[in-house]
Design a protein around this ligand. Sequence first.
Ligand code: 9MR
Length: 367
Amino acid sequence: MNIHTDRRSILGGLLASPVLSMAPTAGKQKSRGGLSTLTDLDFGCAVQARHVLVDQGLRETILKECDTITPELELKWDFVESDKGQLNLAPAQQLAQIVTDAGKKLHGHALVWHKSTPAWAIEAILDQREWSIVTNFFDAIMPPFSKAIDSWDVVNEPIETGHGEDGLRNSFLMRAFGADYIERAFVDARARASRADLYLNEFGLLDAQSYSSAKRAATLRLLERLVSRGVPIDGLGIQGHLDLKRGPIDQQGVSNFVQKVADLGLKIRISELDVREASPDIPQTNRDQEVANAVAALLDVVLPFDNLTGITCWGISDRYSWLPPLSITAGLNRGLPLDSDLRQKPMYWVLENALRQRKPSKSSDRV
Ligand code: 9MR
């Protein structure tokens, strides 16, 4: 798959980040149209239904800024069916209504994840080793959202290097079904969502540390195997939980990795972008700039790839971030595009400039 700009110039160095260097200085810019109107690249964020339902400002903001909204909790198995057979679909349905009324889509997160499975299901799966326990959940969750959802995280976080077969996580799913559970999940998701894009979603793929290059290698091996076996997978969600304490991402390593994913004919999306801060005691302007720099360093690597379909932040306002404050005095972690009062920060402008770099624009009235 081709990339549409010269990757070498974009990788020229962190200090010369093109996305960042195009970003206007603080206070000089206010976006009028919202990020959703800028290009063909899908922009989105994760939210919780309970926040959207009570916070009108948040609701208006996500509908203005986003093409696609990811329910942060409401489609997870432990949320939907914490007690066997007692389905709780109402929060996801309320969110779907709000989003589709505005002509937007939901991204489904996540069908199979070792962390969000209710205890009763883990017990039953380990005890009976019946795959139908998993597909019963697919049947509960997929048909009701067939109109609202056009992409799904089918398998979330299956890689854990350091032990086990091929870097696969030694989860209850592996123990019950072996490595085939991944393939089965995609096949059975496709049977229930013939037109949706089906993603494998993984974290820890960006850092310079050796665990991260090992994860990239294990992820590639898995994707190669799935593609060679004709498994119906459309792409890889690269979680973007950046952490300033871990230092700069491995731009060259990530670029090589994305190229190999593209060569397999797969799409990528940045699926869970946010930044965990490292230095809460420096001035706020510097904090926000550090966050923006980290985001720019990632976007500079992935933007040139034609197979990049979208960028989703894991939240949009610091008020509702899953990331805790770094210290008692630091206030909220400031790792999302908007502050707690929904004001744009440098991370927002970096995203806006990145989206503007993509062509063609889907909007004729861009500002
Ligand atoms: O942000 C989510 C947090 O509110 C939940 O308590 C947690 C467990 O359901 O999941 C968090 O989201 C995770 C996502 O589903 C998968 N990748 C890592 C995210 C952050 O932990």
